[in-house]
Ligand binder design. Structure first.
Ligand SMILES: Nc1ncnc2c1ncn2[C@@H]1O[C@H](COP(=O)(O)OP(=O)(O)OP(=O)(O)O)[C@@H](O)[C@H]1O
Ligand SMILES: [Mg+2]
Length: 373
């Protein structure tokens, strides 16, 4: 396996002013009683990789379909490079799309499938063939142009779909779970390839997944959706380390949620009362709600000594489970159950159950959030 099958050389951009900025202003979509997308404001800057992340039914595909022009929105406006495209058919929006269930034509070869996108745009035959061949080359399928989809693996078919989306030099790419059907290894390989391709082309991408690892690995910015609304948006590390609500924290991975009351709020930090765990200074993003908790990721809890400065508490070990690369420890502390995760390589002699320990955490890794679920 080469590091990147997709080699993206410089590609002449069609049109002159295409920057690939996508903007949704107060966009809604209702199907009868169902509000699929609810007053969404979303911007993808030129060259940015933005991922819509959310559970099934949260409105991700509907949002993409409205940007692409396959679904009409009920309210609001979609702009591409600053111009409203609400009345333009999909083909005139200059967007490359790879959709969930957007299959290749089975009776056409890989090359013909890619060429089709150009035929629809009335590109002359000789130029069509040459550009389609170059696009297949770019996704590492230069020698497979003559094969029908059924003679290609799942990953190869996805690459043909990607070549077809890129061949007309679109302003931006819309990718809706393009790797959902692939196994884990191939998916990780395709993730790296798509990311490399996006970087070298400088193209903006609006990407959809419900896989949090995939979102973390690929995005410049993650937009977390739930029930047709945006719950939080920001760079991957920010959303992961500083979730605004317990739902976002849990959706993005394991976390310790410790209910708390606020003693004092002071800019980007707060002092909170963690009940049996005492007082602690934590990060605060100013979210307001009725009930609060502090989220600390299991990998941000550390075994330490009582003398160490900073936040900490006494804890009793309940169990330790070796997960290969990491060890998961379950602890009780001040009436709470806590999870602590550390690299297997960090642990020498094993810990005994019932061991009395001290755990600590960095105050910047403890996030005050609102309990919404
Ligand atoms: N044609 C339709 N008619 C009625 N309701 C629809 C239609 N299409 C989508 N919906 C509803 O709109 C909501 C959002 O659906 P959407 O397909 O956008 O979700 P999604 O986030 O892409 O989910 P998934 O992860 O399962 O693909 C869901 O409640 C869905 O049932
Ligand atoms: Mg979907």
């Amino acid at each position: 396996m080469t590091a990147s099958v997709i080699s993206a050389g410089p590609v002449p951009r069609s049109g002159s002013a295409a920057q690939g900025a996508i903007e949704l202003r107060q966009v809604s979509k209702t199907y009868g009683e169902v509000i699929a997308v609810d007053q969404l404001d979303l911007t993808v800057r030129p060259g940015e990789f933005v991922t819509l992340l959310g559970p099934s039914g949260s409105g991700k595909t509907t949002t993409m379909m409205m940007v692409a022009g396959f679904e009409e929105h009920t309210a609001g406006s979609v702009l591409i490079d600053g111009k409203p495209v609400d009345s333009l058919p999909p083909r005139e929006r200059n967007l490359g799309v790879v959709f969930q269930n957007y299959a290749l034509f089975p009776h056409m070869s890989a090359l013909e499938n890619v060429e089709f996108a150009l035929r629809m745009r009335k590109v002359p035959r000789a130029e069509r063939q040459q550009r389609a061949a170059a696009a297949l080359e770019r996704v590492g399928l230069g020698k497979m142009g003559g094969r029908k989809p059924r003679q290609l693996s799942g990953g190869q078919q996805q690459r043909v779909a990607l070549a077809r989306a890129l061949v007309f030099n679109p302003a931006a790419l819309l990718l809706d779970e393009p790797m959902a059907a692939l196994d884990k290894r191939l998916r990780e390989q395709m993730q790296e390839e798509i990311k490399a391709l996006q970087k070298s082309l400088g193209i903006s991408v609006l990407f959809v997944t419900h896989d949090q690892d995939e979102a973390m690995a690929m995005s410049d910015r993650i937009v977390v959706m739930r029930d047709g609304k945006i719950i939080q948006s920001g760079p991957p590390e920010e959303v992961y380390n500083h979730p605004l609500t317990d739902w976002v924290a849990s959706f993005l991975g394991d976390t310790n949620l410790i209910p708390c009351s606020i003693v004092e709020r002071n800019g980007d930090h707060a002092v909170v009362d963690l009940g049996g765990l005492g007082l602690a200074r934590v990060r605060d993003r100013g979210a307001d709600g009725g009930n609060y908790a502090v989220s600390i990721r299991p990998e941000h809890l550390k075994f330490s000594t009582q003398a160490a400065a900073g936040n900490g508490c006494a804890a009793t070990l309940v169990s330790s489970t070796n997960l290969g690369a990491t060890v998961r420890h379950r602890l009780t502390a001040g009436g709470h159950e806590l999870q602590l995760r550390e690299l297997s390589s960090e642990r020498g002699a094993g810990l005994q159950p019932d061991a009395e320990l001290w755990v600590g955490w960095d105050e910047d890794k403890a996030q005050l959030l609102v309990l919404e679920s």
